[in-house]
Design a protein around this ligand. Structure first.
Ligand SMILES: [Zn+2]
Length: 599
């Protein structure tokens, strides 16, 4: 088993990890310094699999240093052979050779790194040598590169090229040193220019290395925090080459990132750029609303605008909407129109990312944003319109325009309760909403607190585990036999219980439902996509990858999973994707929350 590299945290394809080199434990993403890659025993050694005597690897001594393998570009005939050979070699890292050829085109850059990452096991570190700059390093980590080096930074220093976070400039063109590193703080630009060639090169190289190292640290912090994507969207703006790479990744490598993107996070997702619309989290949410959501049986569909505060129903505007329709809420299904998520049913307002996103609000929507949100609303109405008798929209501005164009395309009649350019929370608009709804309903029908909580838990269970899970968790049949369900807690921290046992909890910090063992047993037959089969042991605290016998492909980081082995049954949170649990030889696979021993 490899013992020199372990992935610790994941944020999309990016990871942080621990690489042990000799006595030192270093963190990845890592910048290796060319002047410290020595040949001394116990330090980093790279070997080419083609030249290795495989018998040597069985000796104890062979394991005293981390082992690496060279991955050749896909054009080389050895590429597929290496792909087969690597898993059996138990290497700790792989080096992508001829990386400089990737700099020819954004597509080559993307292709080679993704191919390399796909060719090696997930718990092997990927080193892309000699091409890193402060500008491109973060995007490489975003794609799954773990190790870079400062070769390029040092060479540029020798060429008199001064690296900055967002590009590079010749020192001869600078009037001032735009940096506070200890090199730049110790002398002026004139003093630097007056140094002899060798000294000047060395000083610029040191600055270049420091700038690159700072970028690596920044990327590591973002991965730990779970906001690397936001940083990448910001970072690629410095060059068309990098922006092109991100667009290629978003449009052509969706499957690669989908398999690696956490299902929930405990932080806000900021959608500040056009690329934010293409995020996996956005596409996943939109598709789950269509595939894993069944609206409650109510005859009026009311479309509302989103609010800055989340969950929406805690915002001042939604508090007023809810007040206006309170008497009839039992007959109304509320759907929130928003960018970039498209449509958010009220019952799903607390899930990730519906309760966890922020956008710049100016009233202006660009064409691509309109098209995306329209497509979400159109798809929703096409599938779910049969549930409703009538559609009311309390919208103005771009929201109303989007709604009107979708209604026209789909041949659906929509009643509007706001005049053009009237605020949705104005007294007149709210009165109109109230009157229109009253006119559509025969009698008053309030929505009881219990019913609202129940429909929220049902929708969230379906959304998380698949259609049917919610109904079974709430246990309609059993309740008819005298079981009384209880939902306690203050919105949205609900706790579902029955006969004194807790079945599930809504965890607002992640926008997820967590199950207890009792809750999991109730729906175990429906959890086949979230199942981890473990070995013959009772896990305490965590399940490590070697203890996993099999795991559902569908599982993503932070998914709620059930695990079962000969001796134990329990629930926990996935710390790696299901396919990764199967392919990895180390690292935490599941954080155990509750376990029951099987006699
Ligand atoms: Zn500097």
């Amino acid at each position: 088993m490899t013992k020199f590299y372990e992935v610790k945290r994941r944020d999309g394809a990016a990871r942080t990890g621990k690489l042990s080199v000799g006595e030192n434990h270093v963190q990845t993403p890592l910048m290796l310094r060319v002047d410290t890659i020595s040949k001394k025993k116990g330090e980093l050694e790279v070997f080419n699999v083609e030249n290795q005597n495989l018998d040597d690897l069985s000796s104890e001594e062979a394991w005293n240093a981390p082992r690496g393998a060279v991955i050749l570009p896909e054009v080389h005939p050895m590429f597929t052979k290496v792909k087969e050979a690597i898993p059996s070699l138990f290497v700790d890292f792989s080096v992508l050779s001829f990386a400089s050829a990737m700099l020819n085109s954004p597509r080559d850059f993307v292709r080679r790194i993704i191919d390399a990452r796909n060719a090696i096991p997930p718990d092997v570190a990927l080193w892309v040598p000699a091409i890193a700059t402060a500008e491109n390093a973060t995007l490489m980590f975003y794609m799954g590169v773990d190790v870079i080096d400062d070769t390029n930074a040092v060479i540029k220093g020798c060429q008199g090229i001064y690296l900055m976070e967002d590009g590079e400039v010749r020192v001869s063109e600078l009037d001032e040193l735009p940096c506070n590193c200890h090199i730049c703080a110790s002398l002026s630009i004139d003093e630097l220019k007056q140094k002899n060639n060798k000294e000047r090169a060395s000083l610029i190289a040191k600055h270049n290395t420091l700038v690159l190292d700072k970028e690596v640290k920044k990327a590591r912090a973002c991965i730990r925090a779970g906001n690397l994507r936001e940083y990448v969207e910001m970072r690629v703006r410095s060059s068309p080459f990098l922006t092109a790479m991100l667009r290629i990744l978003d449009s052509e490598e969706e499957a690669y990132f989908e398999r690696r993107t956490p299902v929930a996070r405990n932080r806000c997702m900021m959608a500040n750029t056009m690329e934010s619309l293409k995020r996996i989290e956005v596409k996943r949410f939109a598709s789950r609303v269509l595939e894993r959501y069944e609206p409650p049986a109510r005859k009026i569909l009311l479309i509302l605008p989103c609010s800055a505060r989340k969950p929406y129903s805690t915002s001042p505007s939604h508090t007023r909407f809810i007040d206006a329709i309170a008497g009839y809420r039992g007959q109304i299904h509320e759907l929130i129109l928003t960018s970039p998520l498209g449509v958010v049913p009220r019952e799903l307002e607390a899930v990730y990312p519906a309760a966890f996103y922020d956008i710049p609000v100016t009233g202006y929507w660009d064409a691509e944003e309109r098209e995306w949100v329209s497509s979400c609303l159109r798809a929703y109405l096409e599938r779910k319109m049969k549930n409703y008798d009538v559609v009311v929209a309390h919208l103005t501005g771009a929201y109303r325009e989007i709604c009107a164009s979708v209604a026209k395309d789909s041949g659906i009649e929509i009643a509007y309760t706001c005049e053009e350019d009237e605020g949705t929370t104005s007294k007149e608009a709210l009165n109109r909403l109230k009157e229109r709804i009253a006119g559509l309903c025969d009698d008053k029908q309030r929505l009881s607190g219990f019913k609202m909580k129940k429909s929220m838990i049902k929708a969230m269970a379906d959304f998380q585990f698949g259609l049917g899970a919610g109904k079974q968790l709430l246990g309609k049949e059993e309740r008819e036999r005298g079981e009384r369900l209880k939902i306690n807690g203050k919105f949205p921290s609900y706790k579902l219980g029955s006969k004194g046992d807790v079945l599930a909890r809504l965890v607002p910090a992640y926008g997820l439902l967590t199950l207890t063992v009792k809750g999991a047993r109730r729906i175990e037959n429906l959890l086949s996509s979230y199942k981890v089969e473990i070995g013959d042991f009772v896990p305490r605290g965590s399940i490590l990858a070697p203890g996993v016998v099999n795991a559902s492909e569908q599982i993503r980081v932070n998914d709620e999973v059930v695990f079962r082995g000969e001796k134990a049954f329990g629930v926990g949170r996935a710390k790696m994707s299901g396919w990764e649990m199967v392919e990895s030889r180390k690292g935490m696979a599941v954080q155990v929350r509750e376990v029951e021993e099987i006699e």
